[in-house]
Design a protein around this ligand. Structure first.
Ligand code: PRT
Ligand code: ZN
Length: 210
C-alpha cells in the first residue's frame, strides 16, 4: 500500500495548529522537535517538517503529496497546486502601511514611492492591477522598521493584531490580500481515495469546532 506524505511547518506560527489538526484527525505520530520526518502509526502517512517557504514547491514537484501552508506563501511562490481545504487558522492580511504622519493620502500617492516588503510578487501584481508604479524594495525581514530608517515610504507586510504596525508608528493603508492556512495537494490529487479520506477527517474536525 502506498504511503502519503504531508508537509507542515517545522516551527513557527502554523506548526502547533497543524500538529493539533492532524492529531485531532486521529493520527498517531511522534512530534519530536528534532525530527524532520515522522511516520504515522495508524494511517499510511508520513509527516515532513519543513520551512513554510519550501512547502508549495515540494507539493507541486511531488516530493510531498499534501501540504499545510499560508495562502500568502502559495501566492508568492506562484506554484500550480490544488486548494483542497481552508483550515481556519493562521488568519492574517497582507496590507500596505504608511507612517502615521505620511503625506500619502490615496493609492495614486504611492506612485514613485519606495515600498519595502518580503512579498514582491504579490505586491507587484496588486500595483499593476491598480496601475501604480512604485519602487518595490525586497528585504528579507524586519520590514516594519524600514520607513523609520529612511529606507522606504511605505511597507507591505502581514498584519494580524495590528500591534506591530502601531508600535512602529505605522498605519494600515490598503488591503492587498487576506490569508489563512490551507491544505494543498498536486493538481488532480483530490481524486485520490486516501487523500479524500484525510480531507473528510479534516472536515469533520473543522465542523466539530463550529
Ligand atoms: O521558519 P519559517 O520560514 O517556516 O517561518 P516564517 O518565519 O516564514 O513564518 P511565520 O511562522 O512567522 O508565519 C507563518 C505563516 O503564519 C505566515 O506565512 C502567515 O500565513 C501566517 N501568519 C498569520 C502570520 C501572521 N499571522 C503574522 N502576524 N505571519 C507573520 N506575521 C507577522 C508579520 O509579518 C508581522 O511581522 O507578525 C507581525 C505582525 O503581527 P501583528 O499581530 O503585530 O499584526
Ligand atoms: Zn518562511
Amino acid at each position: 500500500m502506498k504511503t502519503l506524505k504531508i508537509a507542515i511547518q517545522k516551527s513557527g506560527r502554523l506548526n502547533e495548529k497543524s500538529v493539533e489538526l492532524l492529531k485531532n484527525c486521529g493520527l498517531n505520530f511522534e512530534n519530536y522537535k528534532s525530527s524532520l520526518i515522522s511516520p504515522v502509526s495508524n494511517f499510511p502517512l508520513e509527516i515532513l517538517f519543513l520551512r513554510d517557504d519550501d512547502i508549495p514547491e515540494y507539493v507541486q514537484d511531488g516530493i510531498a503529496d499534501l501540504g499545510i501552508v499560508g495562502e500568502n506563501v502559495i501566492q508568492e511562490t506562484e506554484v500550480k497546486v490544488s486548494y483542497l481545504q481552508r483550515l481556519g487558522f493562521g488568519k492574517c492580511s497582507l496590507k500596505i502601511a504608511i507612517p502615521n504622519h505620511s503625506d500619502i493620502s490615496s493609492l495614486a500617492g504611492l506612485n514613485g514611492k519606495a515600498i519595502a516588503t518580503t512579498y514582491p510578487v504579490i505586491l507587484k501584481k496588486y500595483l499593476v492591477g491598480h496601475k501604480i508604479e512604485s519602487d518595490i524594495r525586497t528585504i528579507s525581514g524586519s520590514v516594519e522598521i524600514s520607513p523609520g530608517l529612511g529606507l522606504s515610504d511605505a511597507i507591505c507586510d502581514l498584519v494580524s493584531t495590528g500591534g506591530t504596525l502601531k508600535s512602529n508608528g505605522l498605519k494600515a493603508f490598503a488591503d492587498v490580500m487576506n490569508s489563512e492556512a490551507v491544505l494543498i495537494g498536486r493538481e488532480g490529487s483530490e481524486n485520490d481515495d486516501l487523500i479524500q479520506e484525510l480531507i473528510q477527517r479534516i472536515q469533520s474536525v473543522l465542523r466539530a469546532k463550529e
